[in-house]
Structure formats: structure tokens, C-alpha cells
Write a protein that binds this ligand. Structure first.
Ligand code: AMP
Length: 181
């Protein structure tokens, strides 16, 4: 296997690389989908990823998970860190008053939402997701945290597709990626 890198070191990056499947052509031609299902299903790899995420950023009070695969990680990270979890959801899924943030997709636009009362004022928030690609999703989630009166501490993702430049887009906040490709 060729050398792999990540912000928690090469050994964890190699473990992640080994448990993530590339699915060419899903959901569209030209996309290589990173399927984290085998990683989530592996008890050792999943625990390593959760523990690394807990330790990637110091001092968070709450974890945000981005729908839908971010939920898998966020709940486990929150439990391991002894904090709560807040969902950032696609438009129209949350039942009460929300803040909304829209961003451009390859074709069209997407909107994410968070409940207006999701955070106590000034809470320090860790945002987690499975994949950082162009960064639009993460940027919207971080923006929602600020709109809701909390303080984004940083972003942790399992896989960063560095050739798409997402890290630069969320530049104002520290980014930690367990596998950088
Ligand atoms: P982006 O907004 O471009 O950074 O896209 C990140 C979001 O889309 C994440 O929530 C990912 O779950 C999903 N995503 C984007 N590209 C991929 C990919 N190649 N494989 C898996 N998920 C992806």
C-alpha cells in the first residue's frame, strides 16, 4: 500500500484507508463515493476513529453531526466525551424554529438547518462529518453554529478529499482529517 497521511498519524490513516471502499460512479458518473460502511461496522476501527475524534480538538461542550453519516460519528463521539449531540439536518426535517444555511452543489443548491435553541450561548462546538469534499456542507454547518449563538471549535472528518479544496473553504476553523487523500 502507498504511504497515507492524516492528522492523527499514518497508522490510523492506513487503518481508515483499509476500511473505506471507493465506489466509482455513485451517485453520479465522475464521482468516486467513499463508503464508510465497512469502517463503521468494524468494532476496532470504529472505536479508534471515535477516540481519535474525541482527542483531535480540546475543550468542546457539544458535538454537531451533519445528516446523515455524520450522525453515526457524532453520537458515538459525544457519548465517549461525555457531552451532548446536536443534529444539523437537511431542510424541512427539524420540527421547530430553525436557522438555515444554503450552499451551492455541483447542480443546484442544498440547505441545512439547526434548531434555533440547539445550543446554550457560547457553547464550544465540535462539528463532525464523514467526508470533507468541496467544503460547502461543513462551511454551512459551522455557519449555523454561529447563527445559533454558539462557538465553532473546529471540524473533524474521517476522510478529506484534499484535491477539492474544502479545507481552504472552512479556513477560519481548525480542520482535523483522519485520512487525507
Ligand atoms: P462537500 O459539501 O462538497 O464538502 O461534501 C461533503 C458532504 O457530501 C459530506 O456530508 C459527505 O457525506 C458527502 N460527500 C461528498 N463527496 C463525497 C464522496 N466522494 N464520498 C462520500 N460522501 C461524499
Amino acid at each position: 500500500m502507498s504511504e497515507v497521511t492524516g492528522d492523527s498519524g499514518p497508522e490510523l490513516a492506513a487503518l481508515v484507508a483499509d476500511r473505506v471502499l471507493d465506489v466509482p460512479g455513485f451517485p453520479h458518473a465522475g464521482i468516486v463515493f467513499k463508503d464508510l460502511s465497512p469502517l463503521f461496522a468494524d468494532p476496532v476501527a470504529f472505536r479508534r476513529v471515535v477516540d481519535a475524534t474525541v482527542h483531535a480538538h480540546d475543550g468542546f461542550d457539544v458535538v454537531v453531526g451533519i445528516e446523515a453519516r455524520g450522525f453515526v460519528l457524532a453520537a458515538a463521539v459525544a457519548y465517549a466525551a461525555g457531552v451532548g449531540v446536536v443534529p444539523v439536518r437537511k431542510a424541512g426535517k427539524l420540527p421547530r424554529d430553525t436557522h438555515a444555511a444554503s450552499y451551492a452543489l455541483e447542480y443546484g443548491e442544498a440547505t441545512l438547518e439547526v434548531h434555533r435553541d440547539a445550543f446554550a450561548a457560547g457553547q464550544r462546538v465540535l462539528v463532525v462529518d464523514d467526508v470533507l469534499a468541496t467544503g460547502g456542507t461543513a462551511q454551512a454547518a459551522l455557519q449555523l453554529v454561529e447563527q445559533a449563538g454558539a462557538s465553532p471549535l473546529g471540524l473533524t472528518v474521517v476522510v478529506e478529499l484534499s484535491f477539492l479544496g474544502g479545507r481552504a473553504r472552512v479556513d477560519a476553523h481548525p480542520v482535523h482529517s483522519l485520512l487525507i487523500v
